[in-house]
Design a protein around this ligand. Sequence first.
Ligand code: S3P
Length: 177
Amino acid sequence: MRNIVLIGFMGTGKSTVGKRLAQSLAWDFVDTDCEIGEVTNLSVTEIFRRHGETRFRSEERIVVARLSQQEQIVIATGGGTVLNPLNWEALAQNGIVIALHASLEAIISRIGHKTDRPLLKGSKEAIEKLWSERQECYAQADFTVDTTEKNIDEVVNEILARLGRRNNNEFSGVAKD
Ligand code: S3P
């Protein structure tokens, strides 16, 4: 079994779901933003503030290249990670790519008040534009799970069902979109 890669917009639940999914499979969980934080010793906000988005994206590229070489890990990506085709290619080559979706309203109510996402600082219109622009990219995933009205367990169970997990932790085959 290859890696499981979660993609999707900020606030769709990639990290929370990823952790629970990894637990359920007894696999390791890795979050690209956390890895970038460890490598640079800076939070995402600090990297953006001190060095700008370009530096963040280049750190992200290096982290993705490294993680893509591993096996049987659940990877939660940042919302912008797969916009770089090189990241997409590396992650997809060695993993099943699952998009988590949520309505814009759900995203704003989940994370609109938080301050740790530099790209969410704009107006609601700016966030909506970013969200809309990215939908086409996320839709290229092997399959998409809509998290808008679901709790974490429901999302994890849906993913496991679509992966075709059997009791012995083997997979009978992915039900792609
Ligand atoms: C980003 C999403 C963030 C983080 C950075 C940029 C984006 O990750 O990587 O702030 O471009 O959408 P989350 O999706 O985990 O919030």
